[in-house]
Design a protein around this ligand. Structure first.
Ligand SMILES: [Zn+2]
Length: 252
């Protein structure tokens, strides 16, 4: 077993140390997007406590975009129902943002500062962001004014473009905040993990059997060929949409 010392040793970072960007009822916020791309995946929400959580859909991403499900490849899709124990495959997006420290009116306090959080959102918000981008240009060039939030559980709020990108106006603020942000950045896999857990066909099938009282469906060998089966949920190859991590933070 490898040994590390306290000074130089590196602990693997848990994505769950990150706060999720969420608003309380009536809360407003000012945020900055510092990435050009977001990670996107389809996931199923499983409600019963024994397996509660989000699971990345095993279907092919492009098939899901057009068909909304892929029952042959994904045991969750095969038994999913809207609002049921196994929710239907739903597209989510995930990226990191900087949430400014503000007063209760949403005005940024000085010196400008913020907390990096992850933002997991649905297709409706993605469409809203895309509209803003089409109208006002790259989202990195201005802050976003978010809220007030009308429903805490559904995270319903408007998103509007701000006039400035506050963190980048003053060179000292820009340096301090971009240094902090670069340390906090994570890769595609970590962002996908924040959308849902990657499980292989056998595990997904077992979860579905637990929840439906049925027997497991065809083994992964029948479906994928055994060499494609990955047992480790952090390693399973995802079918996420395009992400260009290297191009991120350009121009800082
Ligand atoms: Zn699915």
């Amino acid at each position: 077993m490898p040994e590390v010392d306290y000074v130089d040793g590196v602990a693997s970072r848990s994505v769950f140390n990150f706060d999720r960007f969420q608003l309380n009822k009536d809360e407003i916020a000012r945020i900055a997007i510092l990435e050009s791309k977001v990670v996107t995946e389809f996931a199923h929400y499983v409600q019963p406590d024994i397996h509660k959580g989000y699971y990345i859909c095993l279907g092919d991403f492009n098939t899901l975009l057009t068909e909304g499900e892929e029952r042959e490849k994904c045991p969750f899709c095969a038994k999913a129902s809207r609002g049921g124990d196994i929710g239907t495959a739903t597209q989510y997006f995930c990226t990191l943002i900087l949430q400014y420290i503000t007063n209760s009116k949403g005005q940024a306090l000085k010196p400008i500062n913020g907390i990096v959080k992850y933002w997991k959102f649905n297709a409706k918000k993605f469409t809203a962001l895309k509209q803003i981008k089409d109208e006002f240009g790259e989202l990195k060039k201005y802050d976003l004014l978010v809220g007030p939030c009308s429903s805490e559980s559904f995270q319903n709020y408007d998103i509007r473009p701000g006039k400035d990108s506050l963190w980048s106006i003053n060179p000292e603020d820009a340096k301090r905040i971009s240094d902090y942000y670069k340390e906090e950045r994570m890769g595609t896999k970590e962002l996908v993990r924040l959308i849902g857990k990657n499980v292989d066909y056998d595990i997904a099938s077992g979860i579905v059997a637990d929840l439906t009282g049925g027997s497991r469906t065809a083994s992964s060998e029948d479906v994928y060929g055994v060499e494609d089966v990955v047992g480790d949920d952090t390693v399973a190859e995802s079918s996420s949409g395009e992400v260009d991590v290297d191009a991120l933070l350009d121009g800082l």
